[in-house]
Design a binder for this molecule. Structure first.
Ligand code: C2E
Ligand code: MG
Ligand code: MG
Ligand code: MG
Length: 288
């Protein structure tokens, strides 16, 4: 009967939930260990100056390869870290490791670091970052903190104070995933961002998406008016690149250039593909 099916479904669903809860609790415990032992690592994705095809720096992206489960997506373990009170430990460990790695790069290269909503609201956010900067000696003017709208909309007043405190240290601030939320414009109007990052949902395959072309072109003129730097995320093809280039978008990021690479691979990238830090050509571009 329908009632039986309903009940059976319910029981099935319930068992699933239980299994998920147990699994999640296990991942939570494993994460605690993984943060301490350095199993969660900062990886680095190049950010490129589009016109000159020159490397400007890297975005730090967290990677966790679980010994039994394999790679776990950052969105998944960051949310677990937020819910289980581990986000500060995770974020601070990543930032410290990233700053130490970045000290070996050319001093012209910058580094972008993501702060999750709950970490942004943590009372110690600014003092934690300051401590890590002091301890590692990383030049704060080379650092950009990326936050999403979700971090700032709850309370613009507090958000403004935090962003200004970061800026007072010489750090730049960027609004990440721009265009995907409900109050992108209010966030821009009320808060002192230096840069926006256009979400990759608007950029990937843009040449086939007339709506996205209009939106991105609108975002570009808005940004120009407000004197904000713009990074286009999710550049996957030559066509994507050509489109944002034609709109005068200064900075780009995406699989066309590179995926996030391990700290060791950064050194190799800097010596080979991106060895042109003084504005010369990318190897392979050829002479014309
Ligand atoms: P995000 O900050 O917007 O980071 C960009 C994401 O887009 C990264 O995914 C990156 O690998 C991916 N991506 C870059 N270029 C392309 C492209 O051309 N095509 C496609 N399809 N994807 C591209 P990832 O590493 O999986 O990170 C996802 C999100 O997880 C990040 O979005 C960020 O919100 C969060 N996240 C990652 N690392 C950290 C971290 O260390 N701390 C915090 N708080 N959040 C992090
Ligand atoms: Mg980001
Ligand atoms: Mg983003
Ligand atoms: Mg994103």
């Amino acid at each position: 009967t329908a009632k039986n099916i309903g009940r059976a479904r319910f029981a099935w669903y319930d068992a699933d939930l239980d299994r998920d809860a147990t699994e999640r609790a296990q991942i939570e415990t494993d994460l605690r260990e993984a943060i301490v032992t350095g199993q969660v690592q900062p990886w680095f994705q190049p950010i490129v100056e589009i016109n000159a095809q020159r490397l400007t720096g890297f975005e730090v992206l967290a990677r966790w390869t679980h010994p039994e489960r394999g790679a776990i997506a950052p969105e998944v373990f960051i949310e677990i870290a937020e819910d289980s009170g581990q986000i500060s430990a995770l974020s601070n460990s990543l930032l410290r490791r990233a700053c130490l790695a970045a000290r070996d790069w050319d001093a012209s290269l910058s580094m972008s670091f993501n702060i999750s909503p709950r970490q942004f609201h943590h009372p110690a956010l600014v003092s934690d970052i300051k401590l890590i900067i002091d301890e590692t000696g990383f030049d704060p003017t080379r650092l950009t903190i990326e936050v999403t709208e979700r971090s700032v909309i709850r309370d613009f007043e507090t958000a403004r104070e935090k962003l200004n405190a970061l800026k007072a240290m010489g750090i730049s601030v960027a609004l990440d995933d721009f265009g995907t939320g409900y109050s992108s414009l209010a966030s821009l109007r009320q808060l002192p961002f230096d840069r926006i990052k256009i979400d990759r949902g608007f950029i990937t395959n843009i040449e086939q998406q007339p709506q996205n072309q209009k939106i991105v072109s609108g975002i570009m003129s808005l940004a120009r008016g407000l004197e904000l730097d713009v990074t286009a995320e999710g550049i996957e093809s030559r066509e994507d690149l050509d489109f944002v280039k034609q709109l005068d978008c200064a900075l780009g990021q995406g699989f066309l250039f590179d995926k996030a690479v391990s700290p060791d691979e950064v050194a190799w990238l800097l010596q080979t593909k991106w060895s042109n830090l003084r504005g010369s050509r990318t190897p392979g571009d050829g002479e014309t």
